[in-house]
Design a protein around this ligand. Structure first.
Ligand SMILES: [Fe+2]
Ligand SMILES: [Fe+2]
Length: 152
């Protein structure tokens, strides 16, 4: 089995662990400031990232590697909603870039299952990026009127 693939799976896992702690931290901040609907959506996305981290760990263990428990960055705290979206767009974009590259390496290493795993994750990350971009766009264009729809 390829050490290159194991390293990429762990790199992905570190990225997922960062996303989980970032989105959960934002979830608590948004709950605290009464943006309940947005908070719930962030929690839902964080749970998807937890499932990603778990799938990556399962594949690493199958390949006889050791799943990392280290995130690759610290969560940003105390951001305004538009800045949260920008932070999250960066997280999703870097994951998308990494997973596209990783899928190609897996193909070269003839590891079809790991390749499919990265491709599955990519679908979710593209949805997440789209959601964060659209939300930022709405907040930028509509301001307080749109923010009011995210409260509750
Ligand atoms: Fe993810
Ligand atoms: Fe994501």
């Amino acid at each position: 089995m390829s050490q290159k693939v194991i390293d990429l799976l762990n790199k992905g896992r570190s990225r997922e662990l960062t996303a989980i702690s970032q989105y959960m931290s934002q979830h608590y901040e948004l709950e605290d400031s009464d943006f309940g609907k947005l908070a719930a959506k962030f929690k839902e996305i964080a749970i998807t990232e937890m499932k990603h981290a778990e799938k990556l760990a399962e594949r690493i263990l199958f390949l006889k590697g050791e799943p990392t428990s280290k995130p690759d960055a610290l969560p940003k705290k105390g951001q305004q909603i538009p800045n949260m979206m920008t932070t999250n767009m960066v997280l999703e974009s870097t994951a998308i870039k990494l997973y596209n590259e990783a899928a190609m390496v897996c193909a070269a290493e003839q590891d079809q299952i790991s390749k499919e795993l990265f491709e599955d994750l990519l679908k979710d990350e593209e949805d997440h990026l789209n959601y964060f971009e659209n939300t930022k766009d709405h907040v930028d264009k509509l301001g307080a009127a749109y923010l009011a729809t995210l409260a509750g």
